[in-house]
Write a protein that binds this ligand. Structure first.
Ligand code: PSU
Ligand code: MN
Length: 288
């Protein structure tokens, strides 16, 4: 209403992607970074049956620390509100709520996508189908490297989602700067990134715009460590019978414990960088 630039932030990363107490620190730091860049942060979550767009400090603490916070995708929103329950929202659910609230810029860590072995399990994140339908510019470090990145990029093409590298020709690999796959488009400035969202809106192309910003090579996770921990984590998940929406939190936690929190540091660095870029894009979009 005040005409200020707003950046949506998701909450699954807080409740299910990062360990306590770092999760609350990261959530607060992200909001601080967005404000510092001249935009208004709107962290989105469901608390006691209410959809909240923008959280007070006590609400952020609840999302970070309460044990009754489930993980909500789009299909879970109605029942959680109807039953007065609480949940953190995934990229899919957050983007939907942001869109109906008139917010069209969003920052996260890494998107969900097609899981390895999806040809058998059919495990594909609802993030993909959500992004095929929403007027949203989403800043991320690519998709999580625990996924089948190649298959995810193919699905993003089919679903009409625009994929753009920010300052790179390589699709970022979440914990790694380069996933090993290219991007169809590249921009090098905030103004160029903002212009895509504005044209997308005008043209009413149905899919979202992904602005994929890599972690710097200096800050990325060592390749050998990454591949070893991932292989062990996938085997451990399989052995423990982890499936459905528990897979991603299990593997992220596996990384954090098995790398002595090196992956946590990488994750925090890229979330903060993405929040800053999203805020800069939101400010630029409003000026043009
Ligand atoms: N990015 C991160 N950490 C996370 C996520 C993204 O750095 O935990 C969350 C997002 O909420 C995303 C979800 O929507 O992981 C994907 O879960 P799934 O694979 O079950 O769709
Ligand atoms: Mn899944």
């Amino acid at each position: 209403k005040a005409g200020k630039p707003v950046v949506a932030l998701e909450s699954t990363i807080i409740s299910h992607g990062l360990p306590r107490p770092s999760n609350l620190e990261v959530a607060l730091e992200c909001e601080r970074i967005v404000r510092e860049a001249g935009a208004v942060p709107a962290t989105i979550a469901l608390l006691d049956g209410k959809i909240l767009v923008g959280l007070e400090r006590a609400e952020l603490e609840a999302i970070a620390n309460r044990d009754d916070i489930s993980k909500a995708s789009i299909r879970d929103l109605a029942i959680i509100v109807a039953q007065g329950k609480s949940a953190a929202t995934t990229v899919a659910a957050t983007a939907h709520i942001a869109a109906i609230s008139g917010i069209n810029i969003f920052a996260t860590g890494g998107l969900g996508g097609v899981h390895r072995g999806a040809n058998e399990s059919f495990d594909e994140s609802a993030d993909l189908t959500a992004l095929s339908q929403l007027d949203m510019t989403i800043v991320c470090a690519g998709v999580k490297s625990i996924l089948d990145v190649h298959a995810t990029l193919e699905r993003l093409e089919t679903l009409g989602v625009t994929v753009v590298g920010f300052g790179t020709d390589a699709f970022p690999g979440f914990y790694r700067a380069d996933s090993g796959f290219g991007v169809p488009w590249r921009v090098d400035t905030v103004a160029e990134a903002a212009a895509i969202g504005i044209q997308r809106d005008a043209i009413q192309a149905p899919g979202a715009v992904i602005i994929a910003k890599p972690i710097s090579e200096a800050d990325q996770l060592d390749l050998e460590l990454h591949d070893r921990v991932l292989a062990q984590g996938l085997a451990a998940a399989d052995k423990a019978g982890v499936s459905g929406k528990d897979v991603t939190p299990f593997l992220l936690d596996w990384f954090h414990t098995q790398t002595n929190n090196q992956s946590l540091e990488v994750n925090v660095t890229l979330i903060n960088a993405n929040a800053r870029l999203a805020a800069e894009i939101a400010v630029a979009a409003l000026k043009s």
